[in-house]
Structures are given as structure tokens and as C-alpha cells.
Design a protein around this ligand. Structure first.
Ligand code: PEP
Length: 250
């Protein structure tokens, strides 16, 4: 059994005070959720969120991490700094990191390895652009990103990795992958993991991300190879996101 995971990626939204207001409204609504709920606020809100989430039954994650433990790396944040704020998870390779900030597969791998070594569970984001999909290259892109991110891990490390399939063309666009497209890509990812990483495939959680909203969540989360959702815009409203979490359980 793979426990459903519903994650909210707040991107560059929410001050610490706004984060606190969100949590005051959100936490009572998801207290008895059977799904695992994770929030990814910006770095500046992590410490405040970490204090408020202690024993709240909702996990905390960071949107990115740097691979060095400390030193002269202006603007960077290390795994131990994130863990000290209460983070359990970290996103690596989110499409905005790849396409806006230029994170390549090699850098994503270094971040993923550093996360694991630093006690954080990485959520590796993979997905194709619309040009790649139209060019029939979806599986080639997924294979390249998975190979770079997953090859050579121990079974223990594999057990801590979550994959988020996020077609770039569906992120923040309002255009969602159809259930058929989401299932096809997620099953393809699981099969790739089965071939290259063995038994980890059965317990691996594959999330779908890309314009998930209350009205499409249920059909996406009912798919056999989709084990949860990575939600951007629709995670910013506490009542709306709590309703989406409830839909995931249904
Ligand atoms: C995301 O940030 O990972 C995401 C999927 O965003 P949105 O839900 O807004 O498309």
C-alpha cells in the first residue's frame, strides 16, 4: 500500500505572517486526514512553519536545496539548515528551477544526493515541455531525467525518494494532463524504476503535478499509478487546499 501524498508548493508566495495565518485556518481542517500532507513554503517561512507544524500531523518541505554543507555560497541553503527548520522533504528539479534558473540534471543529482545524506527525503520532479511532447520525446526526456536522478542508489535511499511527474506545459497554465496522459506517464515511470531499480518500484510514490484543482483532483488521484499530487496555485487558499486534501482521500 502506498500512502497518498498531497503536497502544496507555494513557490514565491507567503511571508512568515501570512504562513501563520494560513496554518491557523488550514490545520484544523486536515487534522484527521488519512493522506500525508506536506507544505513547501518559501525559505523565509520555513522556521515559522516548522514551529507551528510540530506535532500537527502535516509535514514541512523546502522548495530547493544546495549540495554544499556550508561555506561561501551566497544565496544558497544547505540540507542541515532545512532540517534545522523542521523540514522532512525537499523538492529537487522542479520545472521552474530547471527552466527559469537553469538547474541541469547533474546539479539536480548533486542536490538529491545531498538531501538524502542530510536526512531529507527528496521529491524529484520530472516532466516534458510541450515541444518535447509534440515531438514524441516524452519518454526520452523522462528517461534522461530519471536516469540522472535515480541510477545507483541503494535500496534504502530509493525508499526515501518520491517522484513528481509534472508536465511543464501543465504547470501554472490551467491546462491539466488528461487522466489517460497522467496514468500513462506515471506507469511508464514506475516501469522504468522496476527495470533499473528493482523492487523499489512497488513502494515508490509517483505524484502528478500540473494545474491540479478541486474539480480534477478526484479523477487524477484515483489512477492506479498516481499516488498523490503536487499542487501549486490551488494550495495557496487554506479552505480550498483542505477540500482538495479531502477529495484525495475519497
Ligand atoms: C507546481 O508548482 O509544482 C505546480 C504543479 O503548480 P500548479 O499547480 O499551479 O500548476
Amino acid at each position: 500500500m502506498r500512502r497518498c501524498l498531497v503536497a502544496g508548493n507555494w513557490k514565491m508566495h507567503s511571508t512568515p505572517a501570512e504562513t501563520e495565518s494560513f496554518l491557523v485556518r488550514f490545520l484544523p481542517l486536515v487534522r484527521s486526514s488519512s493522506a500525508e500532507v506536506v507544505l513547501f513554503p518559501p525559505f523565509t517561512s520555513l522556521d515559522r512553519a516548522g514551529r507551528l507544524l510540530r506535532e500537527a500531523g502535516v509535514e514541512l518541505g523546502a522548495q530547493d536545496v544546495y549540495f554544499e554543507p556550508q561555506g561561501a555560497f551566497t544565496g544558497a541553503v544547505s540540507p542541515s539548515m532545512l532540517a534545522a527548520c523542521g523540514c522532512h522533504y525537499v523538492l529537487v528539479g522542479h520545472s521552474e528551477r530547471r527552466h527559469v534558473f537553469g538547474d541541469g540534471d547533474a546539479l539536480v543529482r548533486r542536490k538529491l544526493d545531498a538531501a538524502i545524506a542530510g536526512g531529507l527525503d527528496p521529491v524529484l520532479c520530472v516532466g516534458e515541455t510541450i515541444a518535447e511532447r509534440r515531438g514524441g520525446q516524452t519518454s526520452l526526456v523522462l528517461e534522461t531525467q530519471l536516469d540522472a536522478g535515480l541510477r545507483g542508489h541503494s535500496p534504502e535511499a530509493m525508499a526515501r525518494i518520491v517522484i513528481a511527474y509534472e508536465p511543464v506545459w501543465a504547470i501554472g497554465t490551467g491546462e491539466t494532463a488528461t487522466p489517460e496522459q497522467a496514468q500513462e506517464a506515471s506507469a511508464w515511470i514506475r516501469e522504468w524504476v522496476r527495470c533499473h531499480c528493482g523492487r523499489a518500484a512497488e513502494t515508490l510514490r509517483v505524484l502528478y503535478g500540473g494545474s491540479v484543482k478541486l474539480d480534477n483532483a478526484r479523477s487524477l488521484l484515483a489512477l492506479p499509478d498516481v499516488d498523490g499530487a503536487l499542487v501549486g496555485g490551488a494550495s495557496l487558499d487554506p479552505e480550498g487546499f483542505a477540500a482538495l486534501v479531502a477529495a484525495a482521500e475519497a
